[in-house]
Design a protein. Structure first.
Lengths: 115, 115
């Protein structure tokens, strides 16, 4: 079964607007971690934000916030005040004990910021 | 902090030759390093996990004799693609994590083209 699902192959957002990138996950492990990475055209994977399954509050890192809804098994990334440099692929990933602590990646969402 | 380098960034080789890719954690000790492969417009696929001083654990379907992984120190892991063929052409990217660290930090990746 697929552990991470990103249903949006591509998204567009106007510069300075906010955008939400969807991510749902599947695990029976009570202890897991959720990650978002950004991959620009250069190929590097840039860590953006992390949410632990036991964290009570949604994670935030600057313009990035993670909308963690545990009961719905969703971990959507919200980018506020979009900038042209935010145009990239965005990958959601999960790590759980069942997966030997390895990261499982979703298929990614390509975000394009329109000036 | 948490910088991972990868060398070379790009390599072109002839079919039948071997290629070595280095992954270094520059400012932390990486007890575990991961090697991923990414085909165009696809997500990252984990190839193997290596712990310092022990043999790598390969994912199902990854030939250990073809993709040799060495993790000789806490800051260096190498991936050697032996007897490379055109179908090995891909983007190879490593990540590193230290003991107790939730996040994997990625190198910039290596684009391999086998002619």
């Amino acid at each position: 079964a697929q552990k991470i699902t990103q249903t949006q192959p591509g998204m567009f957002v106007q510069e300075k607007e906010a955008v939400t990138l969807d991510c749902t996950y599947d695990t029976s492990d009570p202890s897991y971690g959720l990650f978002w990475y950004k991959q620009p055209s250069s190929g590097e994977m840039i860590f953006l934000i992390y949410q632990g399954s036991y964290d009570q509050q949604n994670a935030t890192e600057g313009r990035y916030s993670l909308n963690f809804q545990k009961a719905r098994k969703s971990a959507n990334l919200v980018i506020s005040a979009s900038q042209l440099g935010d145009s990239a692929m965005y990958f959601c990933a999960m790590r759980d004990m069942a997966g030997a602590n390895n990261l499982f990646f979703g298929t990614g969402t390509r975000l394009t910021v329109i000036p | 902090g948490a910088v991972v380098s990868q060398h070379p960034s790009r390599v072109i080789c002839k079919s039948g030759t071997s290629v070595k890719i280095e992954c270094r954690s520059l400012d932390f000790q990486a007890t575990t390093m991961f090697w991923y492969r990414q085909f165009p417009k696809q997500s990252l696929m984990l190839m193997a996990t290596s712990n310092e001083g022990s043999k790598a654990t390969y994912e199902q379907g990854v030939e250990k004799d073809k993709f040799l992984i060495n993790h000789a120190s806490l800051t260096l892991s190498t991936l050697t693609v032996t007897s490379a063929h055109p179908e090995d052409s891909s983007f190879y990217i490593c990540s590193a994590a230290s003991s107790g660290q939730e996040t994997q930090y990625f190198g910039p990746g290596t684009r391999l083209l086998v002619l």
